[in-house]
Every structure is written in structure tokens, then in C-alpha cells.
Design a protein around this ligand. Structure first.
Ligand code: ADE
Ligand code: ZN
Length: 346
């Protein structure tokens, strides 16, 4: 690859143009303030904020919990299948402009079932948008059901059971919400059950929590990917294992900055992880709350860190490698990536 041939302006065009997969995006985190207000009106829900501007002004987070409180309140406007469809369709349209060719999308059913919104409403609304994204935008996608880790193991079991009739509409289970004080071990049995049922397994670990949570997500929950995982940098043996076994870490730089995991993007450890051979890729996490969709994560991160076109290529390749799709499909995307780099003379 002729990395030196690319100027900074061309590099940012290349970042935007290259095909990529997004593997860590909470669909409730793509709910833009404008849509929150439109859905609140549609469903006659009273909001604490008087305007879009006032709501946006509240998006000043100090840590994960300060974000989650606002994120769960925002999701309260979602009530009918069409609401879930509209939210997901808006994300897919944005993803199209970012040249996302594949998305594996998290959803948090317990946030909705706790408000008497049925599992059917949630999953069928989202699934219809996934079908339309393939047909109308050429974006493939799948859904991953996340258990809220601040709730109990029993509630996670109930959620899995409720979702079972819709088993063909999601491919995996994940673990999200408040990390500190809720170690992966709490969900050992429900993850074991999900594996027996044939679901893929992922978990948030090492976002704010210690490297020990990454070890136990791998060894106790037996997940195939780690979401975030940036705290692994504090554990040399863990870094060596992640590199050796090519365990994917779905890294979200703008999220990490907004939730004060790193004081600035320039302090992010993405470059170190790439240079140590880890299978990392970029993701937007909750783009409506963190100031940018996937391409914005690429452009801002590359502006802040000493990264070049060869890092960009690696990140896109890793996103395909880590996705839950057949190998033949990954090869098609890698060929498209090569074409794109060739067009840029890289
Ligand atoms: N739910 C939505 N975004 C999340 C994040 N960054 N960490 C944990 N849970 C989440
Ligand atoms: Zn997340």
C-alpha cells in the first residue's frame, strides 16, 4: 500500500468512501432529538425538556451512568412497531451515506418491556427496517438482543424466553448498561443457555470496568467479541491473548471521549491496540448522543491520532473479519475495499 501518496484531505475522503461494517451501535442510541420529539407527539408522551435544543443541551456526560439516565428516558417515546421501524430506518439511511455495507445492531428490549411495550412490537418493528435496508439500500444487517446488566439474572432469563418466538429475527445476545459493579459472572447461566440455543455471544467489557471483566467475559460468558475493551491496555497478558486469538474489540472513540473514558481523542489507545495486532475496528455506539455516526468517528479519530491509510485499511478489514457473516461474504467486501483503495491510489 502506498501510504505516503495520500494527503490528509484525500485520507479523509478515503475514510468516508471505503466500505465498512458497523458492529457496535445501540439502535436506541441513534434516536435523534428531533425524532424523540416527533414520537413523543405521536404517542402523547410528556418529555422533561421543552425543546430539541434544551434536550441536546443536556447531552453533557461525565461518565457512563450520566449518559444512561438520559438514554433510557429518551427511549420512553418508543411505543408502536412503526416507532421502532422509523428509528431503525433513520439509522440505515445515515449508515448508507457513511458507506456502511453491514450493521450488527444492538437493541435493549428490557427498556421497553418494562413499560408494557411488547417484545413483538420491538423486534418486528426493527426487523422490518432491516429487511427494507437490504432491499432498498443494499445494507445487510442483523439484530443482537442485549441484556441490561443492572437488572437481575432472572430478568435476563425471562427476556430470553419472551424473545424466543422471534428467534429468527436476531442472531445473538449481548450485555450492556452500567458496567461497574455488574461483572459478567452475574450472567453466566443465561449466556450458557443462549449459546445452547444457537445464539452468537458478545458483551460490553472494559469500557469503564477493569480488565478482569474482559477475562471473565471471555472465559465465563465465552463471548466471541468484546464491546469496547479499551481497558485491556492495562493488562499485558490480556493484550497478548487478544492479539494471539484475534478476539475482536468493537471500539467506539467518540463514545469514549464523550463519557470521559479518555480525556481527549488524542489520548485514545486505538493506535497502540492496532500496532499490537489486535482485531479492533471503529463503531459509533450511540451516535445521536455522542456527536457523530461512523464516518465522523473515523474522521475525528484520524485527525487526533497518528494514523494513516494502512490503519484505515486494517480497521475496515477487521470490521468484516469480526462480523457474524459467512466467509464468502467477507471476501466480497474485502474485494470492494481493495477496489476503493485502488481508486484512491493507496
Ligand atoms: N448502552 C448504550 N450505550 C452503552 C454503552 N456505551 N455502554 C454500556 N451500555 C450502553
Ligand atoms: Zn455500547
Amino acid at each position: 500500500m502506498n501510504v505516503a501518496a495520500i494527503s490528509p484531505e484525500r485520507l479523509s475522503d478515503l475514510l468516508r468512501a471505503m466500505p465498512k461494517a458497523e458492529l457496535h451501535m445501540h439502535i436506541e442510541g441513534s434516536l435523534e432529538p428531533e425524532l424523540i420529539f416527533a414520537l413523543a407527539k405521536r404517542n402523547d408522551v410528556r418529555l422533561r425538556y421543552k425543546s430539541v435544543e434544551e434536550l441536546r443541551a443536556a447531552y453533557a456526560f461525565t461518565d457512563l451512568q450520566s449518559f444512561l439516565d438520559i438514554y433510557y428516558a429518551g427511549a420512553s417515546v418508543l411505543q408502536q412497531p412503526q416507532d421502532f421501524y422509523d428509528m431503525a430506518w433513520a439509522y440505515f439511511q445515515r449508515a448508507k451515506t457513511d458507506n456502511v455495507v453491514h450493521a450488527e445492531i444492538f437493541f435493549d428490549p428490557q427498556t421497553h418491556t418494562a413499560r408494557q411495550v411488547s417484545m413483538r412490537t420491538v423486534i418486528t418493528g426493527l426487523h422490518r427496517a432491516c429487511v427494507d435496508a437490504q432491499a432498498q439500500l443494499g445494507i445487510s444487517s442483523s439484530l443482537i438482543l442485549c441484556f441490561l446488566r443492572h437488572l437481575s439474572e432472572e430478568e435476563a432469563f425471562d427476556t430470553l424466553e419472551e424473545a424466543w418466538p422471534f428467534k429468527d429475527m436476531f442472531v445473538g445476545v449481548g450485555l450492556d448498561s452500567s458496567e461497574r459493579g455488574h461483572p459478567p459472572e452475574k450472567f453466566e447461566r443465561v449466556f450458557k443457555r443462549a449459546a445452547q440455543l444457537g445464539f452468537k455471544l458478545v458483551a460490553h467489557a472494559g469500557e469503564e470496568g477493569p480488565p478482569a471483566y474482559i477475562w471473565s467475559a471471555l472465559d465465563v460468558l465465552k463471548v466471541q467479541r468484546i464491546d469496547h475493551g479499551v481497558q485491556a491496555i492495562h493488562d499485558e497478558a490480556l493484550m497478548a491473548r487478544l492479539a494471539k486469538e484475534r478476539i475482536p474489540l468493537t471500539v467506539c472513540p467518540l463514545s469514549n471521549q464523550k463519557l470521559c473514558v479518555f480525556p481527549n481523542l488524542a489520548d485514545h489507545n486505538l493506535g497502540q491496540m492496532l500496532d499490537q495486532g489486535l482485531c479492533v475496528m471503529l463503531n459509533s455506539d450511540d451516535p445521536a448522543y455522542f456527536g457523530g455516526y461512523l464516518n465522523e468517528n473515523f474522521v475525528q479519530t484520524f485527525a487526533a491520532l497518528p494514523l494513516n491509510a494502512s490503519h484505515a485499511y486494517q480497521l475496515a478489514c477487521n470490521s468484516f473479519e469480526a462480523s457474524f457473516v459467512p466467509e464468502a461474504q467477507k471476501q466480497v467486501w474485502r474485494a470492494q475495499l481493495d477496489d476503493c483503495f485502488q481508486q484512491f491510489g493507496a
